[in-house]
Write a protein that binds this ligand. Structure first.
Ligand code: 8IG
Length: 269
């Protein structure tokens, strides 16, 4: 059975209650989701003050894709903020509906977070963005045909990815390129024709996450920062075919650089 929105909020509150009791912190400031390639950021973000298995938290399940961890870490950032780090996410392509996809974001909000940092690994359309390039998400196109919202809930997405946080990230990390992220349902990668379509529509990045989480975060009134690691040229744009193990390798190679970048940015939030 798919979950309705009011049950989803109940479950997020239950998860937040569990996290408060297990970790002894009444409220967090920031939450981060670390996607493909970003997991080494977890240890670099500050002093670790708590850790638990996400699979033990109400509403979360064990991760399914190799390269996607399943822990929640609590850290004190350089800027003195309390940040919860989700090392992994539930993807829409798992086929369990939108509620599990939005659960991390809603739990973070129920625990008091006002800032949501969403990271991912993705394919790049811009030939200047070699694998390993980090791109700030400036906007998105949600091609899943789905939404975590229900009913007449006309959430404004005019500035889904906060200009303020993008400017702050550029100040902290040096000039980062910006792009439009297109979420496909997956789990198959795109055909070259679908990648061309994404480009014609105004997309710069193709991936399988983030947009549904951003919608849930904006509904919750959180400010969103989106960071994409280009792990591969999108299908049809390079000589080679796409391969998940190569994607993982690019993430691994970029690890230390991403960790430094993320900690500089998060330290300023
Ligand atoms: I990592 O090229 C990663 N995730 N849809 N396309 C889509 N998702 C991705 C890709 C990609 N690379």
């Amino acid at each position: 059975m798919l979950m309705g929105v009011s049950e989803a909020f109940d479950l997020a509150n239950e998860a937040a209650t569990y996290l408060r009791s297990q970790l002894g912190e009444e409220k967090i400031d920031i939450a981060l989701v670390l996607g493909s390639g970003w997991s080494s950021g977890a240890d670099a973000l500050g002093e670790k003050v708590g850790e638990l298995e996400l699979g033990d938290v109400p509403g979360f399940s064990k991760p399914v894709v190799s390269g996607h961890g399943g822990k929640l870490l609590l850290v004190r950032t350089e800027g003195g903020k309390l940040a919860a780090i989700f090392t992994g996410r539930t993807h829409y392509y798992e086929g369990r509906g939108v509620a599990p996809v939005a659960h991390g974001v809603r739990t973070a909000k129920a625990w008091g977070a006002e800032t949501m940092v969403l990271t991912n690994g993705c394919g790049g359309l811009n030939p200047e963005w070699a694998p390993g390039t980090v791109v700030l998400i400036k906007d998105h196109i949600n091609l899943t045909g789905d939404t975590p919202l229900e009913g007449a809930n006309f959430v404004d997405l005019s500035e889904a990815y906060s200009k303020r946080l993008r400017d702050l990230a550029k100040d902290a990390a040096g000039d980062l390129p910006e792009g439009v992220y297109v979420q496909f349902r997956g789990p198959q990668y795109e055909t070259p024709a679908e990648v061309r379509m994404a480009g014609i529509l105004g997309g710069d990045l193709v991936g399988m996450s983030t947009t549904l989480e951003t919608i849930a975060a904006r509904e919750a009134g959180m400010e969103v920062l989106g960071l994409s690691l280009v792990t591969n040229a999108a299908a049809g744009l390079s000589e080679t075919n796409l391969d998940h193990t190569e994607v993982l390798q690019t993430g691994k190679d970029a690890g230390p650089r991403l960790a430094a970048l993320l900690s500089r940015i998060v330290g300023k939030l």
